[in-house]
Design a protein around this ligand. Structure first.
Ligand SMILES: Nc1ncnc2c1ncn2[C@@H]1O[C@H](COP(=O)(O)OP(=O)(O)OP(=O)(O)O)[C@@H](O)[C@H]1O
Length: 237
């Protein structure tokens, strides 16, 4: 078996939200590992804890108990400042809604991030990676939903993060458009080796992953490996 480098290690990750007198156990002890360069799909019913885990991995939220390390650095013990630097320097996020600035072109939206990144890619190169070289000077309103999402992906990868965390990146898109977005993500994973995790409600998307994490009730109930991956164009939606 080939050796793998671990990017994330999670042990006993627990998250309890306390609102008023109510406790919600979003995560009930997650043990998992993500390997360098792998593409993981996270599936599971609504409320099973997928977004909570992704947000903790991305340094947007903190675990209540348990341990999460990124390249050996303990995210659960870090200061707020350390988490901010971690997010800025190492993590790209993609969400269901694109959050582009309407008054800026595609290239300017990407450039906003590259201006503050330590080792940025040229915005034009990032847009080329997602197949939008000919749309650089378009404003968001002049782009389709899938094209806007690809600009958001270009923005997320332009700072050359080690990890790309995507929460329902195709959730607002029809199947043909969603496939193009998935092609952009798998292409980046292959070209740049960016470790990628995607949350989806669409079980068909599991086929594009190296590994699939199945969430049930705040736990990862099953991890499966695809011996053969299917390209996004062949996903049954
Ligand atoms: N900020 C919060 N405050 C209180 N409860 C929360 C908060 N965020 C999430 N929860 C609760 O934690 C549980 C897990 O939520 P989470 O969003 O992680 O699930 P999910 O699997 O991503 O669901 P979905 O597929 O619907 O996005 C849910 O019961 C949710 O209501």
């Amino acid at each position: 078996m080939s050796s793998v480098t671990s990017v994330f290690q999670m042990q006993g990750v627990t998250k309890v939200y306390r609102t008023g007198g109510v406790e919600v156990w979003a995560l009930r002890g997650v043990d998992a590992e993500l390997h360098a360069g792998e593409f993981v799909v996270m599936l599971g019913p609504s409320g099973s804890g997928k977004s909570t885990l992704l947000n903790i991995m991305g340094g947007l939220d903190r675990a209540s108990a348990g341990r999460v390390t990124f390249q050996g650095e303990d995210l659960t013990q870090g200061s707020d400042r350390a988490l901010t630097l971690y997010r800025r320097n190492h993590v790209g996020f993609v969400f269901q809604f694109y959050n582009l600035i309407p008054s800026l072109t595609a290239r300017e939206n990407v450039a906003l991030v590259t201006e503050i990144a330590p080792r940025p890619m040229n915005p034009a190169d990032a847009l080329a990676l997602v197949g939008l070289s000919d749309r650089q000077d378009h404003f968001p309103a002049q782009l389709s939903g899938g094209e806007q999402q690809r600009v958001a992906i270009a923005r997320a990868v332009a700072k050359q993060p080690e990890v790309l965390l995507c929460d329902e990146p195709t959730g607002a898109l029809d199947s043909a458009t969603g496939i193009k977005v998935l092609e952009a993500l798998t292409g980046i994973n292959e070209t740049l080796g960016t470790t990628t995790a995607i949350i989806t409600h669409n079980a068909g998307i599991r086929a594009i992953a190296h590994r699939v994490f199945q969430f049930v009730d705040g736990r990862i109930a099953e991890v499966t490996r695809n011996e053969e991956r299917v390209p996004p164009s062949q996903v049954v939606w």
